[in-house]
Design a protein around this ligand. Structure first.
Ligand code: PAF
Length: 273
């Protein structure tokens, strides 16, 4: 309804898709969206179809009232917070959404979380159909997600559907100490937060290592250094080509993506070389 009214009045629409528990990182996306569009929609939806782990879904932080208050302060025009039943039919929830990822889902997060990106593409494409944004804003912290969303929009049949939709890549928002902001950080104690800071510290150090060592050695140095800190455990660290997500052979157009368990909390981060 609101979308139709905006379209009739030729207002530019910006969309910030989120899963809520909004933090300063989200606020930076919303601020940018508000400044670049006449109307800003923010979706707050903990999408069940992208969770391959039921416990992770159950424990995902939710705080709708605080989210609504923050969005009002930031000047967002609409918060869209549907229930799973409003978003999907039972059949859609029970069946894996299929999509041609051109292999982008076969590495890193896709490999560790089977079906995760099927759910992401399912919900993001649904949001695009519903909101018909001119621009959609995503954080680079989820680097693989962003590569997949670019691929999804650029596939010719979808390009026709989504018209001139622009995907806007927004830099990782870090706390002053370097920790990448994440809704999952709210599950970390202060001690664990101090420990988690080492993830970005090691990634930044690896930029210097990249000047002196080949890719595979830098990968090993990052993994070994993080794992040497009690309480942190690397799930994977991979330096990949930023476009194809295939293992990098040099540091040109390369990004290093890491997933680390800090106690039971799974954190991701990445660095461009
Ligand atoms: O990055 C996220 O928060 C989610 O994966 C997204 C893009 C909102 C889809 O549920």
């Amino acid at each position: 309804m609101q979308v139709e009214a905006c379209k009739q009045r030729h207002l530019s629409i910006g969309l910030v898709p989120t899963m809520g528990a909004l933090h300063e990182g989200h606020a930076s996306l919303v601020n940018r969206c508000v400044s670049e569009n006449q109307v800003t929609f923010v979706s707050v939806f903990v999408n069940p179809t992208q969770f391959n782990n039921k416990e992770d879904l159950a424990l995902y932080p939710r705080n709708l009232q605080a989210d609504a208050d923050l969005l009002a302060q930031l000047g967002a025009d609409f918060m869209f917070a549907p229930t799973p039943e409003e978003m999907y039919t039972q059949d859609e929830m029970d069946t894996t959404f299929t999509f041609d990822f051109a292999g982008l889902d076969q590495v890193m997060e896709g490999k560790m979380r089977p079906g995760h990106f099927n759910g992401v593409v399912q919900v993001v494409s649904r949001l695009f159909y519903l909101v018909q944004p001119d621009r959609a804003y995503f954080g680079e912290k989820d680097f693989q997600q962003l590569a997949i969303i670019h691929h999804m929009v650029e596939r010719s049949s979808l390009k026709n559907t989504f018209g001139n939709l622009q995907i806007i890549d927004c830099p990782i928002f870090r706390a002053e100490n370097g920790l990448a902001l994440s809704s999952r950080n709210s599950r970390l104690s202060e001690d664990k937060k101090d420990l988690a800071v080492n993830i970005s510290r090691v990634l930044f150090m690896s930029r210097a290592w990249a000047k002196a060592y080949p890719v595979q050695q830098v990968e090993k140095m990052v993994v070994d250094t993080i794992n040497s800190l009690p309480g942190l455990e690397v799930e994977y660290y991979q330096i990949v080509d930023a476009t194809t997500l295939q293992p990098a052979t040099s540091f040109t157009n390369a990004v290093g993506c890491v997933t680390v368990y800090c106690g039971p909390v799974r954190l991701i981060d990445n660095i461009k070389y």
